[in-house]
Ligand binder design. Structure first.
Ligand code: URA
Length: 422
């Protein structure tokens, strides 16, 4: 087998054979196929697509590139959630302890932010002492003793994806449905969860801008999971407006703790409970009430134990950025749009995200929202507060906010898009 014939097959809109797929994934993982060759193949896949058989084989080959985890020793059913990423998407933080409080074991392998979308691990690392890197034994121990664990995927899990994802990120080949579906599902299937709920985001702040693309991605992933024996369901959810009132690491942890304490913004609470219900249903747990577990403090108890088990101090003061800048409303009326992508870019520029994988993030940086679409606002009132340790970034962040909102005359009727679209 030679890599040039594999690239040519896809370049010329052909179907890759199972042997070609197995060979190229294995050879790339071993270093026998060079990055420039794999990036040519990834671009050919982005431009010409793959059919479902090719995607299934590609996913299986990525799973086979590494180890598989096994949770069969646990007494509870396992349930995991994966979001395709968005702005202000802190849902994993309250959701994992909530679902654990309702009786499931939640092994939540999470990622770091890149570009305008935040990453769960970056958020949790703003809690003093908290560790994302656990050995497989430590992960199982935290899961067994607290019911939930949120940590980084070990190096042994789908190493082909780790290498390929980093390459796609710098070669403009992230936004390909076959590559996104196989990347996400290879990690989830190798992780060994019994059930999986996918939160596929749609809108300006998401990878998938149209509902048709989001539906295609969701159905591809559901089929991959189901064919591998993982009970998999997907929700399509709105990402045209940031979730909640914060985008940024420590800011989002603070808001998640408010949700766990029985408060927090209505959209974050609604989506957390909707996803919890789907996870519990997929795990076969019928009589739990996630709204009650939020209200009675049992989800908060799991959160505190989970954070402490990973070295974090749940009572520690969270970092606050050194400088703040308030953006005021330019006119009075009804706020009809607050763009998730623009807010995400601003948070990223303020230091909440990274431009390259190795960059550090600022724990306190980000954007706080003082109004959401549908609210009536008055000229001069605070609309956003920008937070950063590097105030020279304010101007740069402000340029991304120039077209970030629309205000309609007072009294204009406004119907908010539902959070769960399908
Ligand atoms: N998240 C992943 O894990 N992989 C992708 O390709 C995109 C988002």
């Amino acid at each position: 087998m030679d890599v040039i014939s594999v690239i040519r097959t896809k370049r010329d809109k052909g179907e890759l054979s199972p042997e070609q797929i197995d060979w190229v994934i294995d050879a790339y993982t071993r270093g026998a196929v060079a990055d420039e060759q794999m990036s040519a193949l990834a671009m050919a896949i982005l431009l010409n697509g793959m059919n479902r058989d090719e995607i299934a084989r590609w996913t299986a080959a990525m799973i086979a590139s590494g180890e598989r985890m096994d949770f069969s020793s646990l007494s509870r059913p396992t349930a995991d959630k994966h979001s395709t990423g968005g702005v202000g998407d802190k849902i994993t933080l309250p959701l994992a302890p909530l679902v654990a409080a309702c009786g499931a074991a939640v092994p939540q392998l999470s990622g770091r932010g890149l570009g305008h979308t935040g990453g769960t691990l970056d958020k949790l690392e703003s809690i003093p002492g908290w560790r994302a890197l656990l050995s497989n034994e430590e992960m199982l121990h935290v899961l067994d003793t607290t019911g939930a664990v949120i940590c980084a995927a070990g190096d042994g899990l789908a190493p082909a994806d780790k290498k390929l994802y980093a390459l796609r990120d710098v070669t403009g080949t992230v936004e390909a449905i076959p590559l996104i579906a196989s990347s996400i599902m290879s990690k989830k299937i190798a992780e060994g969860t019994g059930s999986l709920v996918l939160d596929v985001k749609v809108g300006t702040g998401a990878f998938m801008k149209s509902i048709e693309d989001a539906r295609e991605l969701a159905s591809t992933m559901v089929q991959l999971g189901t064919d591998s024996g993982v009970k998999t369901v997907a929700l399509l959810t709105d990402m045209s407006t940031p979730l909640g009132l914060t985008a940024g690491n420590a800011l989002e942890v603070r808001e998640s703790v408010e949700v766990l304490a029985g408060g927090g913004p209505a959209d974050v609470v609604e989506l957390t409970i909707a996803l919890a219900r789907e996870m519990l249903d997929a795990a076969g747990i019928k009589d739990a009430d996630p709204a009650k577990a939020l209200a009675d403090g049992s989800a908060m108890d799991v959160w505190r134990r989970m954070i402490a088990a990973q070295g974090g101090d749940p009572d520690a003061t969270l970092p606050v950025a050194r400088e703040q800048h308030v953006v005021t409303a330019p006119s009075s009326g009804v706020l009809t749009r607050l763009d998730a992508y623009d807010i995400g870019i601003a948070a990223w520029r303020l230091g909440a995200g990274r431009a390259r994988k190795e960059d550090p993030v600022q724990a306190g940086a980000g954007v706080e929202l003082h109004a959401k679409p549908g609210d009536t606002i008055t000229a001069g009132q605070p609309l956003l507060t920008l937070h950063t340790d590097t105030p020279e970034k304010f101007d740069y962040a402000l340029t991304s906010l120039e077209n970030a909102w629309d205000v309609a005359p007072t009294g204009t009727s406004f119907e908010a898009s539902p959070i769960v679209l399908d």
